[in-house]
Structures are given as structure tokens and as C-alpha cells.
Design a protein around this ligand. Structure first.
Ligand code: SAH
Length: 360
């Protein structure tokens, strides 16, 4: 990663940002200030398990050490600017400001049995998918692992129920911020981590084949979701320009590799777009694909982009009717395909899938 990509993550007053560091990096840091390696384990516990906001709270460190940490290091990456709660379903949208002044969003999606947190991995997104509001706001920079983790830390601090799952499905393309995405997963996979397991984390991608392979090779057991949206190259290319660079064919080969290597189920995300991907031949192609790769299909009603005043193709996109979506899902189920029909959550606060965008 180049320096400019993380510009804005630089801690204030040249202090070293500890949040986002792996245990080995914490060891190195403590070594550099003349402290023993076990301090790294203690710090890991305070930062990632207790999620404290100040060095003063690190009670098993001496007063002198806490003062030294205050002088040399920093702990907080984000400030919660706004919290909106949906009156319909209790979904909550959180607006954060980074230390450099960028704005990002996370969404808390409560269910009967679980609470899923949807986090952002970039400020904006470079992919420009035609159905996605984040794409319309453009791209600013990658988020740092500390900033990705802090979305969880702060969400958990203010939310009454425990967060049980995390999806990297907010703003940005996680695999174009590969290093920091994997670092965050590694924090959750550390043997000292007592919170959410990395196995309860799903990384969603529009498809960067070499990075899908690299993710499989990390040995991590996080899940992969692939934003499929069409089984046909030309149609997919029309709504997802990234398909010109990385074809569906290449992506599916990489996904097959991921599935074999990690022995996990792949989730195919499928936003229902009227006349584009809801035809009989789309069902046929989806069935064929699901027979090839161990997977489930996550059908997502298309959420309106009207709040973004879109133009071009984006302005023409229409949702498939609810009735037709139900039939589409039934036809897949008849073929023994595992289908989830995702309910739109948080629509009244523009927190639904693909609606995350900062109105500057
Ligand atoms: N860049 C990653 C993660 C962010 S998108 C990816 O592409 O997977 C997360 C999910 O929201 C994707 O499946 C995306 O296709 C979906 N989504 C985007 N815009 C949407 C919209 N307007 N309505 C419903 N789902 C949308």
C-alpha cells in the first residue's frame, strides 16, 4: 500500500496508532519503548476484548507505563457522529468521522437470533456498480484495520444486544483493501480474541480473482460472499463495470478454488433487477452455477437510489416485483438450491444494502 492510500489515517501529533495492530506488531511496539513482550498480550486484551477508549483504563499496567503510552501512542480512530434507528425494524445506521475528517457508515441489522454488523472497508468505493449508492459517491481512500475494527468496537458499545456476526458489505470493496481487510480478520482469529470469531465474518466482493485466491491461501476460515447479480458476462458488465477487468469466468474459477480450499459455502448475492436478471434463463443459469459450486443464493430486493438523484443506467433500474421475486425464489428451491430471501432492513433510514452514501 502506498502512503497516499492511507493518508488521513495518520495519528495526530505523530503518535503511534495501536488499534489495528496485530499481536506481533504490538510486541514490536512495546519492545521499542523498552517494555517486555507480555505487555503486548495485555494491550491486545484491553484493545480488542475490553475495547477500552483510553490507556488510563488499562488497569494491569503501571501508572508510569500508562503515562508513557499516552505520550507515544493513540487508541481511537473514529468518532460517532450520528445514530439513526429505523422505526420499522430496529436497524441502526451509524455515521462515523475518521481522525482525518472522512465520513463512513456502518449498519446494525438485528434479527431474532442474531445481530449482524455491516462494516465499511473504504471511504466511498471505486467500483461504480450501477445499482449501488456508494458507487455514486466516488472513492476517497482505504480504511485502516483500526478503523475497520473500531466500527465494531463503537457499535457494540452503543448497542444493547451483543453483535454476533460481521459482514464486510458496507462502503467499499474489501478485496481492493486486501492488506487491511486480512489484518482485521487476523485480529479476530488471534487465539487471545474472546469476541466474535473470524468464522462469523463474511467478506463480500464484487470479484477480484487473484485476491480471492490469496484470501483462500491465508488459511483463515472467514466466509466469502460474491456479488453475482447476473450469470451472463454481458449483462453483468452492464451493471458492474469491474466485470470488464475481471470476468465472471475468472471469478468463478477463483471462487471454486476458495470453496475447495476453505471447505466453506459461498454466498451468491443477487439483487433483483427488473428485466435484467429476473428472466427464465437467469434461473436456469443460476441452477447450473449452484450445482457447480457449493453455495447458497441470497436474493436481495433492489433498494431505490432515488435519494442520490442518479443518471444514466442507474436511473433506469427498476426493482423486480415482490410477487416475481417470490416465484423466482420458489423456482430455485424446486431445484434444491438453497435460497435466502433477504428482507430489506432499515429502508426508512437509507441503511439498506447499497444505500450507504454520504450526502455531503
Ligand atoms: N464491494 C462489495 C461489498 C459492498 S456491496 C461487494 O460488491 O460485494 C454489498 C452488497 O450490497 C452487494 O451484494 C451489493 O451488490 C448489494 N447492493 C448494492 N446496491 C444495492 C441496492 N441498491 N439494493 C440492494 N442491494 C444492493
Amino acid at each position: 500500500m502506498t502512503i497516499s492510500e492511507t493518508a488521513g489515517t495518520k495519528p495526530r501529533a505523530n503518535k503511534i496508532m495501536l488499534k489495528g495492530m496485530l499481536r506481533d506488531e504490538l510486541k514490536e511496539f512495546f519492545g521499542s519503548i523498552g517494555e517486555k513482550p507480555y505487555r503486548a498480550d495485555q494491550a491486545f486484551n484491553w484493545i480488542y476484548n475490553y475495547r477500552v477508549e483510553s490507556f488510563g483504563a488499562m488497569m494491569n499496567m503501571s501508572k508510569e507505563l500508562r503515562a508513557k503510552l499516552d505520550e507515544t501512542a493513540e487508541l481511537n480512530t473514529l468518532t460517532l457522529e450520528q445514530k439513526q434507528v429505523s422505526a420499522i425494524d430496529g436497524a441502526a445506521k451509524l455515521l462515523f468521522k475518521t481522525n482525518g475528517g472522512n465520513l463512513i457508515e456502518s449498519v446494525i441489522l438485528p434479527d431474532k437470533s442474531r445481530v449482524t454488523l455491516c462494516v465499511s472497508t473504504q471511504v466511498g468505493c471505486p467500483l461504480d456498480c450501477k445499482f449501488c449508492a456508494t458507487g455514486l459517491m466516488g472513492y476517497k481512500r482505504n480504511l485502516h484495520s483500526g478503523e475497520i475494527f473500531d466500527q465494531y468496537a463503537i457499535a457494540q458499545r452503543i448497542y444493547e444486544r451483543p453483535i454476533t456476526n460481521i459482514v464486510f458489505m458496507g462502503m467499499g470493496e474489501p478485496l481492493l483493501n486486501f492488506e487491511q481487510t486480512v489484518k482485521t480478520l487476523r485480529i479476530f482469529s488471534d487465539e487471545l480474541n474472546k469476541g466474535i470469531s473470524h468464522k462469523k465474518i463474511t467478506v463480500s466482493t464484487a470479484g477480484i480473482p487473484n485476491k480471492i485466491i490469496e484470501l483462500a491461501d491465508t488459511g483463515l476460515k472467514s466466509k466469502l460472499a460474491f456479488s453475482l447479480h447476473s450469470c451472463f458476462e454481458d449483462r453483468r458488465e452492464m451493471i458492474m463495470p469491474i466485470n470488464k477487468k475481471y470476468s465472471l469466468k475468472e471469478n468463478l474459477e477463483a471462487i471454486e478454488y476458495f470453496s475447495r480450499k476453505t471447505d466453506t459455502w459461498i454466498t451468491f448475492e443477487y439483487v433483483m433487477l427488473k428485466g435484467i436478471n429476473d428472466r427464465a434463463e437467469d434461473i436456469k443459469a443460476l441452477v447450473k452455477l449452484c450445482r457447480r459450486i457449493k453455495s447458497k443464493v441470497n436474493i436481495i430486493p433492489f433498494n431505490s437510489l432515488e435519494h442520490m438523484n442518479p443518471d444514466g443506467i442507474s436511473a433506469e433500474l427498476q426493482p423486480t416485483t415482490r410477487e416475481k421475486i417470490d416465484k423466482f425464489a420458489d423456482k430455485l428451491r424446486e431445484q434444491n438450491i438453497s435460497v435466502f430471501l433477504r428482507n430489506t432492513q432499515g429502508e426508512d433510514i437509507d441503511a439498506a444494502c447499497g444505500q450507504l452514501a454520504i450526502k455531503y
